[in-house]
Ligand binder design. Sequence first.
Ligand code: HXC
Length: 523
Amino acid sequence: MQNMSIQQEKIGQLVDRRAKARLGGGEKRIAAQHEKGKLTARERLALLLDEGSFEEFDMFVQHRCTNFGMEQSHPDGDGVVTGQGTIDGRLVYVYAQDFTVSGGSLSKTMSEKICKVMDMAMRNGAPVIGLNDSGGARIQEGIDALAGYGDIFEHNILASGVVPQISGIFGPCAGGAVYSPALTDFTLMVKNTSYMFLTGPAVVKSVTGEDVDQEQLGGADVHSSKSGVADFAAENEEDGIATIKRLFSFIPQNNMETAPVRPTEDPVNRTDDLLNDIIPDNPNKAYDMYAVISSIVDDGDFFEVHRNFAKNIIVGFAHVNGRSVGVVANQPSVLAGVLDINASRKAARFVRFCDAFNIPLLTLVDVPGFLPGTQQEYGAVITNGAKLLYAYGEATVPKVTVTLRKAYGGAHIVMSCKQLRGDINYAWPTAQIAVMGADGAVNVLYGKDIKAETDPAKQEEVRAAKKAEYEELFNNPYQAAQKGYIEDVIEPRNTRFRVIRAFESLQNKRQELPAKKHDNLPL
Ligand code: HXC
């Protein structure tokens, strides 16, 4: 064998060192990870990024801890893999915590690696995707590890509204660590293998006496349906990565750009007779808003966010004539589409994301009002409802609103009405834009007169007459149209075409907010 030159020898050492670093905590721990039904950090990144696009940074960074025997072992890269790559050719910065190295627990050097890619993302205007799988603060590092979390949180906050931030939870995420995902724009959890909670089952048991397991306390199902902490619950890791990639396809690189255009064969002027028949004669009967959304958007393709949380409102992304839009729609088939605390905060957060990242808003309205009752009032439905009102009112992206049926009272105002600077507001002929429904209005206005009638038949006669009078006057869109509160009453079957034309006209919209340090959204 020929003698190797010193240069070749050094290259060989580099190759070996890289290969070792790629093994993270070693073969045994990789096998243990697989046994749990989990992928490794690098396997996740390989699925996420375009083939061959990953460029790793800080592969040789090592922890600096000298306590509890940590000085004996300095794995290259420590417990996180960071770098850049592309998804469908678009630049993205990534980090993936490596559970095979000290359980992915966060050291100060790991936080420096993570903050570095976040700085790069902000400087270069590209989204950040973080894949979490960690035992939390590295216990041996004490305050250094906590400081590391503090640094990450501050970076999350500074990046918010500058570049999109997506968190995938692919394993444990407990204690204060949960606040990084909570500060990002979207959180995805994987069913059965991931969990998020501030304090684990043992602490819960000792403090409150409650018996609860990890899944019940902070699993993907719980957070995607009860708390709303997770926007998505994936069936498995592959599904989770695919969902993140799909989300990525609807959003722009940063707050100065628009989302990528997706060309479509779906005709702009496609009409849909189904929409002319979808509203039931009985105003108390429901219909499915999903059918309306898929009829309007390109190829019927709707990507829902928060599918299992506050189902009385639907939010998600779609394309209209190739352009990405955020859709917000009341769902009459769940709680009659009423607005409540959870629906308000779900939609408010979505509207604010779309506004921050130049994604126009399509709002479909069929809302009987806010949910009444002590539970809602004690839970601050006022403050939470105000969030949605605020979000729409401050949003300067193009806003197109279609009122399909009910738009009563404050809920009408909240759902992107004209006075909240809605750009183009349409109504179907079945719209009822009023202070309240006919029954409620007649009770308030004529309740005493009706009671004064001694004959029940006469009572019913008066009630019916007054109801008819009210419906004639208010249960239609024409009062609003006469006063210019909506731009037009449109035939339902033409909604796709009208919506697209409205958005096309708003492409160069410019609207400013008054100068301020920042707003004071009701929290
Ligand atoms: C150092 C840790 C660690 C941690 C796990 N490891 N968590 N090392 N600091 N926080 C190490 C383990 O010692 C083990 O090392 C390896 O990672 C894998 O852990 P296992 O316990 O064998 O794995 P598993 O059985 O799957 O259990 C995972 C786990 C458990 C549930 C996450 O490790 C655990 O409970 N860890 C502690 C969690 C925790 O209390 N973290 C602090 C939260 S408070 P070896 O060498 O044996 O492979 C916090 C504050 C943040 O994070 C504040 C921010 C503001």
